[in-house]
Ligand binder design. Structure first.
Ligand code: 0RQ
Length: 498
């Protein structure tokens, strides 16, 4: 650890995780590094859990996105989490949110830093940040995720630094830290290509705020992806056919435009599928860099990937660490307010690719709430990209839970992305390109190309009866029936008509 703290003036601040956790007060607001189960602090949250078990109090936890179980699970299991934002994926935390035990604020990830700076959530008492090293000047070198670390380090009253010796020192140089001022002082963000560097490779920290430096060797708990199934392969094939047609008609350049792909099994499978595509010199401007992107780099097809976090599977992480020297020049990690910045996404014309839980016949998307009431993960960065991308694509399987759920419904039970935000929908059934179509035209294209054949007749029947009932109004609905699919699911565990 002493080798990693190159600023010798700071050595006096080294202490144990227990000593650091002892400084935290009940009801404190704690902002941590980490984005997906990558780059989050581990030792201090675990020590805090032990303390909370004995003393029973709660804290608010602010993160970049989801973080690993040492924070998102441990602090829930001891009943120590009061408020949490802006994104999560842990099943224990999800259960606590849906049981009313944790207040969860589901936010666009690009919004967080600006709103923290503006004081929307009150003062930030602590920042706990994982680093791989502290430079001679005392600057912080982050690890596998940047997320909201820069803003939390800047805004927090006190900072605890976890120096993680399991994180390779070769990470140094991969980050590009740039913090825009809040309006009215904000300047244009000068990124014109996915790989542009506009900041510093380290985070500056006011040394008078450093309360503790804690050694840690606990590894990132990244998650494995589901094996790539036939449906995901079909979606990937449908995407590639669609993109090839766009190139053929001159609507996209030969090497496409920078790609963004969301989280989860579907997104990872779709990106992996590009390995066998004809595209060369691809670039990526996204938030999460998953295994599929390493496949593309290894295949020589991806020249630059910009993101805020590396979120590979456990095998993918090993592969990254092993090949880090080769990957370093092709990856830039940015703060999430930059990786997900609407200004930059719009400028680059990003091809935004995200996944829905369900969509409706008019093209609204629900990515977050199962049957409109239970939180799944959160909106994450999908809204940042979907609304601002040059081309906005959503994926969904046509059905879920062995066909008991139709992922195309008459009316979404919750809407994260509106019909105005999306250009193209893709399921294993086909592609619905709704550009230039009115709602009633779109509905037919969506039902015919995205919905499962078992549910198509009922969806078409609903559309036709709604049109008549509403006198062919702009977006026809039969309000009494709009949630019948969901009601049947609640009553019979299946959307199928009995
Ligand atoms: O449940 O695993 O119990 O079978 O939902 O579905 O098909 O494995 O899809 O892993 O790609 O996740 C929308 C959740 C999709 C994700 C979502 C069930 C289905 C399965 C998962 P089981 P799949 P994925 C920026 C991008 C929002 C955030 C985002 C997500 C489970 O993509 O969280 O995009 N997106 N961020 O069976 C009930 C339905 C269902 C359903 C599927 N209609 N009703 N359950 N499932 N459809 C990145 C970041 O922000 C970090």
């Amino acid at each position: 650890i002493r080798d990693r703290i190159r600023c010798k003036d700071l050595l006096g601040k080294v202490m144990t995780a227990e000593e650091a956790a002892a400084m935290i007060h009940p009801n404190d607001h704690i902002g941590i590094s980490g984005f997906t189960p990558s780059g989050y602090p581990k030792a201090v949250p675990l020590a805090l859990e032990e303390r909370i078990k004995k003393e029973q109090f709660k804290i608010d936890l602010w993160t970049g996105a989801s973080v690993g179980p040492e924070a998102d699970q441990a602090l829930v299991e001891c009943d120590g989490m009061n408020r949490r934002f802006p994104y999560q994926t842990n099943s224990v935390l999800r259960k606590a949110i849906n049981a009313g035990k944790v207040h969860y604020i589901d936010m666009h990830l690009s919004h967080v830093a600006q709103q923290v700076r503006a004081g929307f959530f009150g003062e930030l008492d602590w920042c706990i940040i994982e680093v791989c090293a502290i430079t001679e000047e005392g600057h912080l070198i982050p690890t596998t995720a940047l997320g909201n670390s820069p803003v939390y380090v800047t805004e927090a009253k006190k900072v605890i630094i976890e120096v993680n010796t399991s994180q390779p020192l070769e990470l140094e140089g991969m980050h590009d830290i740039y913090q825009p001022a809040n309006p009215p002082h904000r300047k244009p963000i000068p990124i014109e290509a996915a790989g542009d560097r506009i900041g510093t490779p380290y985070i500056e920290v006011d040394h008078s705020k450093i309360a503790a430096i804690v050694p840690c060797d606990i590894t990132d708990k990244t998650r494995a992806f589901a094996p790539i199934g036939d449906d995901a392969k079909k979606m990937s094939g449908n995407l590639i056919d669609f993109l090839q047609n766009e190139v053929k008609h001159g609507r996209l350049p030969e090497n496409l435009l920078p790609l963004q792909s969301g989280v989860g099994n579907v997104a990872n499978a779709v990106i992996s599928g590009l390995v066998d595509s004809p595209y060369e010199n691809l670039t990526v401007y996204t938030e999460v860099i998953q295994d599929g992107m390493f496949d593309l780099i290894d295949a020589g097809k991806l020249t630059m990937a910009s993101g805020t976090s590396l979120s590979p599977s456990p095998d993918g992480l090993k592969r990254f660490y092993k090949g880090i020297k080769g990957y370093r020049d092709k990856i830039v990690l940015r703060p999430q307010e930059i990786s997900n910045n609407p200004e930059v996404i719009r400028r680059l014309g990003v091809i935004a690719m995200n996944t829905a839980l369900e969509m409706d016949i008019y093209g609204n998307i629900n990515s977050t709430h199962v049957s409109g009431t239970k939180m799944m993960n959160g909106i994450g960065g999908s809204g940042d990209f979907a609304r601002n991308g040059g081309l906005s694509i959503f994926f969904t399987n046509s059905i879920a839970k062995n066909g008991d759920i139709s992922c195309v419904v008459p009316f979404c039970s919750h809407i994260d992305h509106t019909e105005h935000d999306v250009h193209v929908y893709i399921s294993e059934m086909g592609v619905a390109d709704v550009r230039g179509l009115s709602p009633k035209e779109r509905a037919r294209v969506i039902i015919e190309n995205i919905a499962h054949p078992d549910y198509r007749p009922e969806l078409m029947d609903y559309l036709e009866r709604a049109e008549k009932a509403c006198g062919y109004s702009q977006t026809p609905h039969i309000l009494k029936e709009a949630f019948d699919f969901h009601q049947r699911l609640a009553d019979n565990k299946s959307m199928k008509k009995q």
